[in-house]
Design a protein around this ligand. Sequence first.
Ligand code: EPZ
Length: 421
Amino acid sequence: MDRIVIEGGTPLRGEVKISGSKNSVLPVLAAALLTEEPCVIRRVPDLSDVRFMLDLLRHLGAEVERPDTHSVRVCARRLTETAPYDLVRKMRASVCLLGPLVARLRRCRVSMPGGCVIGPRPIDLHLKGLNALGARLAVEEGYVVTHDAALEGAVISLAGRHGSTVLGTGNVLMAATLAPGRTTIEHAACEPEVEDLARFLNALGARITGAGTPLITVEGVERLHGAEFEVIPDRIEAATFLIAGALTGGEIAVQPIVPAHLLPVTALLRDAGFWVTEDSDRVTLRREGATAARDFATGPFPAFPTDAQAQMMALMCVTPGTSVITERVFSDRFMHAAELQRMGAQIEMEGATAIVKGVEGLSGAPVMASDLRASAALVLAGLVARGQTDIRRVYHIDRGYERIDEKLRALGARIERIREA
Ligand code: EPZ
């Protein structure tokens, strides 16, 4: 398992090319199963989660080619219905195969996704939404199955205890494109990735309006055709690099990016005293003058994204003042706190809240990556810590960040990947 070793203390400077969005491309690849015609997806990030999804599509019978590292051609002329546990368990996002399989085959057998370190990952809202469309899904021996879905447009609410569901909205959206009649999704997730999925589905010939708002309407169609499509840039990768610039006291530009997708993050950075400017497809940050810690809470878009909470916590660890951080989306998404404390951070945990007191500096240490975004936070902390930080289990990071060590080294970071058997 690879390790990443960082010598902290170098201000990062330069422009970093942002890859395609992981959380957009995964449901978009699943949606390519809705048509038997070829789809070409561009700006595909080179990530292990993308490779897992492509393995799943091949297992289901789709032809999958990679004309180049960042493009994928999928043609699901033939399709079978079983997504087995040994493939699904590798990636929670496999759950978004439910909608396309039910819509295309009227039957499916998809393993229940495992939980993960950030808390239980129920799919009750996925099942509620798809069954409201007539999917007739049941859970049998750890699999979500149906043999006789009879889809029909419906009015569906996806409100859950923690807000809406991103992939649940995606599943219902995908199934509804081929359900006769009108479907209305209330309390739909508003994340940019949901809007991007709807944009892809409309490129296939679907008739979706309202994506990106809590009320989405779908007029079912008989069939969908192929399309070429380019996914949006990854707003969480961009947030991670901007925070790297803030932490190290440098100047970082991220491009391409849709500035509106970063609004909650750039608003908080400005509020904390960082200089942030944007043009049509670029956001630039630098530290000049005093900065101060700020409170924030995560929530569904346009609130502060839970996927950038760990990275922002790392910044608050070395920003003067106290930051009260409330995690409202997942029940257990503070496992990075313990590792940051080992590096000298002052963090007090109180249930879903972390109270972070900014310290003069962190000290490098051997640390363990635990989940994708927690690992990113440890890389960021290592960039500013005195001395060496040695991060193990780097495979967590490779799930969601394309060549993060190379991109950081190009910005001046003293970072090495140690390949281990
Ligand atoms: C997507 O996960 C993202 N993953 C996550 O990013 C992201 O953190 C999350 O949305 C929230 O923004 C992908 O898009 C591949 P949810 P998803 O369903 O759709 C509860 C990353 O680091 N819930 O919106 O699985 C759930 O437990 C990953 O890139 C139910 O109660 O998340 C959570 O508390 C991590 N019942 C909340 O809703 C359900 O049926 C939000 O979950 C579904 C979800």
